[in-house]
Design a protein. Sequence first.
Length: 201
Amino acid sequence: MEPVDCRGDCYNPEMTQQPDQSGFLFHLARQLEELEFPYMLTGGFALFYYSEPRFTNDIDIVIDLLEPQVDSLLALFPACEGWYSSREAALEAVAHGRMFNVIHASTGIKIDFAVLKANELEREKFRRRLRRESGDEVIWIISPEDLLLSKLAWGAPSQSAKQASDVRALIRDVKDLDWNYVNDRAKRSGLDGWLERIRAV
């Protein structure tokens, strides 16, 4: 674990209990906005926004991050508040367009940061992210079409029943999906056959 300089008392008593996950997520979104780090929420929490709730401690964030910004990001998760992070893993993820995570020991919260990849399909998803508001809170979230496509890609190698179920939930609950976009990108990615099989069930 990389040490973080914690001058003074940075202990946060709220992080010793199981936190309100949505409250923590909005807190994280505010911090990323303040640092001007472009990001979007994806994964299970994005599915919860569009469709059905699912318990998860994992927060999945796609982030457009450069090497000089790594230290500023990791400073949001100090060891003296119970966070584990690896600067080496973060730098490697930035260099190769991979994923790294930060974990909070006592609450089990895990944030998976997926560094935005250079390929055009992934960057198109990022450009299509949506700004959503809840009261005074703001968060950037993957579009429902791109979440569906992501779940197809994640589930295709193993024909995952879980990812297939999530795709069906999005199809059921998001009434205005842009099917021209979904079908075109699924075909370009070689996922059209699996999408057809999922829809046929």
